[in-house]
Design a protein around this ligand. Structure first.
Ligand code: ZN
Length: 153
């Protein structure tokens, strides 16, 4: 077997995927060729070993488990406040505060709009002339109305 062919088969050789004949030929080449042997060692150093299914060693001591379960079920549960509840309360408080501020702001805006509308109506609606200038002030000071007979008084 030539180096090129052997190197092409190296990964399959390591994974045990070659036929018996190819396995024998690659193994023979590796015993003869130091260059390919070095490459094979390098390959095996960088290729992870297949993970083995390891069955965990469990000692099923059922009586102890039963005792623990019994204890857990019969012990009065301690009421502990989860960490997130104060945070949620704070969030709700902030939310309520924001809603309140927005409501107050909106109400004050509505009042302001109402007063602006009233100002606009007052500014664009002319008051009666008498309120601006009484009738007596409409005559110049030097004006003397003629007497009914036409002579000045
Ligand atoms: Zn070789």
């Amino acid at each position: 077997m030539r180096c090129r062919a052997a190197r092409r088969l190296l990964v399959a050789f390591q994974d045990g995927e070659l036929s018996a004949g190819d396995t024998t030929r690659v193994a023979e080449h590796l015993t003869e060729c130091e260059s390919c042997r070095t490459r094979e060692e390098h390959l095996s150093s960088i290729t992870p070993e297949p993970l083995r299914m390891v069955r965990p060693s469990v000692d099923p001591d059922w009586s102890q488990m039963d005792a623990q379960l019994h204890h857990a079920f019969n012990e009065p549960a301690q009421r502990t406040t989860p960490v997130w509840i104060p945070a949620r309360r704070a969030m709700m408080g902030m939310y309520g505060l924001a809603v309140g501020v927005l409501l107050i702001w909106g109400a004050s805006n509505a009042l302001r709009v109402q007063s602006l509308e009233a100002e606009l109506v007052a500014a664009t609606t002319a008051p009666p002339v008498e309120t601006l200038m009484p009738a007596t002030a409409m005559q110049p000071a030097s004006y003397k109305p003629p007497a009914s007979d036409g002579k000045p008084r």
